[in-house]
Design a protein around this ligand. Structure first.
Ligand code: DLL
Length: 414
């Protein structure tokens, strides 16, 4: 297979290229009073202005290009909830680089040429399906491009074709896992690894997915603006996500002040891409909350490792002065065995303050009294984990919405 040199691009090289070829970023540099000659080594990264999602939106569709539009080979877009999506573009070299990076991620996850990879991320403008697809092809594994949804068919393919790796969102993994748990003979399946990402998930969800699917569940991270899936992945040691330092410079900053934070401190992840042609990004503010982990992973790899993403700065709820991430709710619910781990967060506003009601579901049918008892137990668990009292409502098994892609867990109610 045709391969490209993985980066080799230095920060100075990137900045010079942005200056010459990306007018939108050059304007930002000029505004900040930073010039290419000011950037002498990676330590000067913090002198450079950030790139934000708004910059990409303002330049819609392709205002942030650093190449001739004739050289583009593919366009993807990130799932904007409102208005226009954020469009991202790739040259031929970018597509190869991405496939290699994704292939390397899968190698780190212990996936190899002998594996049969069922890709149940959506194919289309979303980067999940095609990203995992070409990564698995880079490994020369066998790929089943199932895309998301059609769950009965997913299970049939899994069984008949002997899929060993399932790649999908953790929410969809939970739905498939539920169906698998209900099968009389789970041994007919050959699954051994799950590659779950595109949304935050918790250790508690990992335990559920591993039990239901009979696999090792690994976390994969990425975002369209930076490349797609393949920015970071867990190895089987399951202690943080490895980032390829040849391709991505990762920083963690204080989201309020923009100041770089030291290793170990939690803040917003900021990424600079090395070697990307069409849409390189310098100091892209991901809005994702994590920290750089100190020390070396059990697998021996020495590069940058980040903790699983706790959530997005814009998903954080403030409930009576206390910060609450949906992923913390998931942790609390995961500690109550009698729940299914499907959940919704209903947020209402009263007197200028947010009120939160957590809606979850019993795993098995229960009597009225048992439901009331389980609600009390769940409320207690939520209070002790969130540090603030929130409403709690439990539904009967199978009532809450299941997701084939990214879950939308927060609902504003009147
Ligand atoms: O979600 C790319 C992807 C596809 C990653 C498949 C992993 C697997 P976007 O649609 O642009 O791209 O959404 C990016 O999703 O900024 C995070 O907020 C969130 N996200 C992605 N991976 C994880 C993860 C894809 N492992 C946004 N944990 C990011 C938590 C994640 N959040």
């Amino acid at each position: 297979m045709y391969r490209v040199e993985t980066s080799g691009e230095s920060l100075q090289g990137l900045v010079r290229r942005m200056w010459e070829k990306a007018p939108a970023y050059r304007a930002k540099m000029e505004e900040t009073g930073v010039f290419p000659d000011d950037i002498k080594d990676p330590g000067d990264l913090s002198l450079l202005p950030f790139t934000t999602k708004d910059d990409l939106r303002d330049g819609y569709p392709l205002g942030m290009l650093a190449c001739d539009p004739k050289d583009l080979m593919r366009i993807h877009a990130s799932s904007g909830t409102t208005g226009k999506p954020t469009v991202v573009a790739y040259t031929k070299r970018d597509l190869i680089l991405w496939s290699q990076a994704m292939g390397d991620c899968l190698r780190i996850a212990g996936v190899g040429a002998e594996d049969i990879v069922q890709v149940a991320y959506g194919y289309g403008l979303f980067t999940g399906g095609l990203g995992l697809h070409y990564g698995a092809e880079d490994l020369e594994a066998t790929v089943i491009p199932a895309s998301g949804g059609f769950s009965e068919r997913q299970l049939m393919l899994m069984e008949d074709l002997g899929s060993t790796v399932l790649a999908c969102t953790p929410s969809y993994g939970l739905k498939l896992g539920e169906m698998i748990r209900a099968m009389d003979d789970r041994d007919r399946l050959n699954l051994r690894v799950g590659i779950f990402g595109a949304e935050p998930w918790s250790e508690e969800m990992r335990i559920r997915l591993e039990d239901d699917l009979g696999i090792t569940a690994l976390d994969i991270y990425g975002l369209s603006e930076v490349m797609g899936p393949g920015v970071g992945i867990e190895c089987p040691a399951q202690s943080g996500l490895h980032i390829d330092d040849r391709l991505f410079l990762a920083e963690v900053i204080d989201p309020d002040t923009g100041r770089q934070l030291p290793e170990g401190e939690e803040g917003e992840l900021v990424i600079t891409t090395l070697g990307k042609e069409a849409m390189p990004v310098v100091r892209y503010r991901t809005r994702d909350i994590t920290r750089v982990l100190p020390g070396t992973c059990g697998c021996g790899r020495k590069g940058t490792r980040i903790e699983r993403i706790r959530g997005r700065t814009d998903d954080m709820l403030i409930i009576r002065g206390v910060n609450v991430f949906p992923s913390q709710v998931e942790v609390a619910l995961g500690r109550v065995e009698e729940l299914s781990m499907h959940y919704m967060l209903e947020v209402s506003e009263r007197g200028g303050m947010n009120e939160l009601t957590v809606v979850s579901e019993a795993a098995e049918p229960l009597s009225g009294e048992a439901m009331a008892q389980l609600t009390r137990k769940t409320s207690h668990q939520l209070l002790s984990l969130l540090g603030v009292r929130v409403g709690c409502r439990l539904e009967r098994p199978g009532t809450l919405e299941r997701w084939d892609g990214k879950a939308k867990r927060v609902r504003r109610v009147a």
